[in-house]
Design a protein around this ligand. Structure first.
Ligand code: MN
Length: 230
């Protein structure tokens, strides 16, 4: 059999400087805000950091309509600070980590919450809950020189109604600590994105909803929930 298809094109994320950031891999941190850990039934003081991964092709840019995915009746938003990695590193310390950061963006970690609950109950992986087509919208990446990600408010509205709010200073594991932790498992590489967890207030969306996530200094990310994908 002769292959007749072309390689998938690289996923290119927008930056505020006009450059295109080639997306390599996605690492997503769970339970990184105490209030959200509690709303999901966990004790934030006893949970070590953990993460899951997603495909680069789950990234979609600001302003898009995202499909309501198949196989769920409880599709949730999660507003997150996203760290864009610009340098390679393994087993780095939290002190070394900031030098690996290219910049920051507002992101969404959309989640099939019902599928996640079933996976948790069964002790199974979260892939089908989290690594969903079009589930990781990403706003323009701001070079790190633009801001300090350790302070500021992260918030989310649905159709203009406030749903999530939190302070980046309330993250259980700081951005440098997250990078150091991930680098004990993988050599982080330029193009990697780290979704750093969500504050309290997660909830479901339906077709037609407009989601706006904001972080001080990073502007807004807007997506509209569309009909199911074909
Ligand atoms: Mn998340």
């Amino acid at each position: 059999m002769t292959l007749t298809f072309e390689p998938a094109p690289p996923v290119l994320a927008a930056t505020t400087t006009g450059d295109h950031f080639p997306v390599r891999r996605l690492f997503c941190i769970g339970r990184n805000y105490a209030a959200h850990a509690r709303e999901m039934g966990n004790d934030p003081d006893r949970e070590p950091p953990f993460f899951f991964t997603a495909w680069a092709e789950a990234v979609v840019p600001d302003g898009r309509v995202i499909a309501y995915p198949q196989a769920t009746a409880d599709y949730h938003y999660e507003a997150e600070l996203v760290v864009a990695i610009g340098a390679s590193g393994r087993n780095v310390t939290a002190e070394q980590a900031p030098a690996m950061i290219y910049g920051y963006a507002v992101g969404l970690d959309m989640t099939r919450r019902d599928v996640q609950a079933e996976a948790k109950d069964a002790g199974r992986p979260w892939d089908a809950a989290k690594n969903v087509e079009q589930s990781k919208p990403l706003g323009p990446i701001h070079p790190k020189a633009d801001l300090d990600p350790s302070t500021g408010t992260i918030a989310l509205t649905v159709n203009g109604a406030p749903r999530q709010t939190g302070e980046l200073s309330d993250m259980i594991w700081s951005v440098p600590e997250v990078i150091a932790h991930l680098s004990t498992f993988y050599r982080l590489q330029p193009g990697d994105l780290i979704y750093t967890g969500t504050p309290a207030g997660v909830g479901p969306v339906v077709e037609g909803d407009v989601i706006v996530a904001t972080i001080d200094g990073l502007g807004a990310l807007t997506v509209t929930v569309g009909p199911p994908a074909l």
